[in-house]
Write a protein that binds this ligand. Structure first.
Ligand SMILES: [Zn+2]
Length: 167
């Protein structure tokens, strides 16, 4: 899916984690967590040459290209998500869960795509939720609808789900 769709999914995931920890939305901790969610959401596409994340983290993207890592494999896998959890585990819970769950939202969203992801890498079988005729093509009208729904949820959730934490 497109970077902007993943950014919104990462942000929405971060909002849920912030609300789960009863962290008022208008604090710097919540702000940092939401920013982290925006970054972690599209991060897995660092394995795709020319993607925004590959450009932002160019040395990492070069390393992946040198290792001949294919798109939607290692970085979209359960194993990688677990490794990320282990590496980030010294972080406070709010940031740890925001980073890991927002990162994981990426593979989840990509599984609605007809190409699927190698979720069980090193087994290279690509796994998806939907049969091909129902699957959501990258940049398609259906993805636009999903993005709109995510965007609406991002705006509404802090009011209904978390409370804005004011007063
Ligand atoms: Zn992806």
């Amino acid at each position: 899916m497109l970077q902007k769709t993943h950014t919104l999914a990462g942000l929405l995931t971060a909002e849920c984690v912030v609300a789960y920890y009863h962290q008022p939305f208008l604090t710097w901790e919540a702000g940092a967590a939401l920013l982290l969610g925006c970054l972690a959401g599209p991060m897995a596409d660092i394995d795709k040459k020319g993607s925004t994340m590959a450009k932002v983290f160019l040395p990492l993207s070069w390393a992946l290209q040198l290792l001949r890592v294919k798109h939607r494999t290692v970085t979209h896998s359960l194993l990688f998500i677990l490794a990320l959890f282990a590496i980030l585990s010294p972080l406070p819970d709010l940031f740890l869960w925001t980073a890991v769950l927002s990162y994981a939202s990426h593979a989840f969203i990509d599984m609605f795509n007809d190409q699927g992801v190698a979720l069980l890498w090193p087994w290279n079988k690509k796994i998806g939720f939907l049969p091909k005729f129902l699957a959501v093509d990258t940049g398609s009208f259906a993805e636009g609808v999903i993005r709109l729904a995510l965007g609406a949820a991002v705006i509404v959730y802090p009011f209904v789900g978390g409370g804005l934490g004011i007063g």
